[in-house]
Ligand binder design. Structure first.
Ligand code: NAG
Ligand code: NAG
Length: 384
């Protein structure tokens, strides 16, 4: 019932965009190392040891530090001067696990190491970090002290736990993770083979919840890009998490092969009943369209969301989402930045649903009566 009501709304709101690739210049501003140093805006930091794949850069404004995650290492840097004695944690996968990983034939591209994929503050004094653990994801607590001056950064011994559903197995997979009030929300491939993708809620005081398993209407080979949490009213129960990703389209021949999405869940979702126990009842998704009509009237679509930046505005409930998109086709390669206002995104989520009628491929507007409670609505849990 609920799944069939899962919409795939078309978000046709493009507030502004800049398309940079109509000229022959490369899409990205390019600075040589020499030019960068001459600009006197950059500082050089080099790591004295063997690592790679700096994936996570997490800015901690409370303590004026930046946490960096790479292969087998976590580093805490002083934002004022990144060369001032960085604090370093070496966290490799266990040698026995590395051996197993290599024996399973996974080691071709250096995959049998611990690639850091999650670093999130858990509270004032602790961080939560996860890595791929040589194809066996693992998480741990890290103590960072109360203040920057405490100068501590260490793994809490005995805090290691499985990172399944929190961190991918495969270092090549993109994931999303955010901790809100001690609860981890992750967009991740849950299994070793990387075929079971989910938006997963684990940890803390809430029940574990996920998206339906192996159902392409919920998620279809998604690549997670980022998320933002928004207080939608003065009631905490209304808080929502928006998740941005791209996925394979279900439109078949008639549409692009991939589409970009924004999905939404309520943080207070307790899951459904019967077959929907442990599944989101509030999950909705809409399409993010980023396209431009050229002077010749031809529309160019940028269907692949690559990265996002959230700009807070004076209106806390309505931040701006900047998305970097690229084209799909091989004929025209280009990139674009599209900006979406959360107010418009919200209007789409409050608007009509799309559904698939019969066996056709086309998604069409749902014209029937909207069920009550409205799919995706926050449900207020009352304890009797
Ligand atoms: C650095 O690490 C890689 C991957 O673990 C390894 O293959 C390489 O031999 C190491 N290099 C040195 C100099 O230790
Ligand atoms: C932060 O969380 C850790 C792990 O749950 C806990 O041991 C610690 O006391 C907490 N610190 C604060 C300041 O709440």
């Amino acid at each position: 019932m609920l799944v069939s009501a899962l919409p795939s709304l078309l978000l046709l709101l493009l507030l502004s965009f800049t398309v940079r690739t109509w000229t022959s210049r490369p899409a990205r501003v390019y600075l040589s190392y020499k030019e960068l140093m001459e600009s006197r805006t950059a500082r050089f930091f080099s790591f004295g040891f063997n690592t790679s794949d700096y994936r996570i850069l997490f800015l901690d404004q409370d303590q004026d530090r930046m946490y960096v995650g790479s292969r087998d290492y976590l580093v805490s840097m002083d934002l004022g001067n990144i060369n001032r004695e960085p604090l370093i944690i070496h966290w490799p996968a266990a040698p026995s696990r590395q051996k197993e990983c290599l024996m399973a034939g996974r080691g071709r591209a250096d995959e049998c190491a611990n690639y850091l994929r999650v670093i999130q503050p858990l509270n004032r004094t602790h961080l939560y970090a996860c890595g791929t653990g040589a194809y066996q994801p693992q998480c741990t607590l890290i103590y960072r002290g109360w203040r920057s001056e405490d100068y501590v950064f260490r793994i809490i011994s005995g805090s290691h736990e499985s990172g399944k559903g929190r961190c991918p197995y495969d270092p090549k997979q993109e994931n999303m993770a955010t901790i809100i009030d001690g609860v981890l929300y992750a967009g991740v491939q849950v299994d070793y083979m990387g075929t079971d993708s989910a938006v997963f809620r684990t940890m803390g005081h809430k029940l574990p919840i996920r998206t339906e398993q192996y159902d392409s209407r919920w998620l279809n080979d998604p690549v997670f890009v980022g998320s933002l949490v928004v207080s939608e009213s003065s009631f905490k129960e209304d808080d929502k998490l928006y998740i941005l990703f791209r996925e394979r389209s279900l439109e078949g021949e008639s549409g692009p092969a991939m589409v970009s999405r924004i999905a939404r869940i309520c943080l207070n979702d307790e899951g459904g009943m019967r077959s929907l126990v442990g599944k989101w009842t509030s999950f909705l998704k809409a399409r993010l369209v980023c396209s431009v009509i050229g002077p010749d009237g031809v529309e160019t679509s940028f269907d692949q969301l690559r990265d996002i930046f959230i700009q807070q505005t004076q209106d806390k409930q309505n931040p701006l989402i900047y998305g970097v998109f690229t084209t799909l086709g091989s004929v025209f390669r280009g990139s674009a930045v599209c900006v979406f206002s959360l107010a418009d995104v919200r209007a789409v989520f409050n608007g009509p649903f799309a559904h698939k009628e019969g066996h056709g491929y086309q998604m069409t507007a749902y014209t029937g009566k909207t069920p009550y409670p409205r799919p995706g609505a926050v449900r207020y849990v009352t304890t009797v």
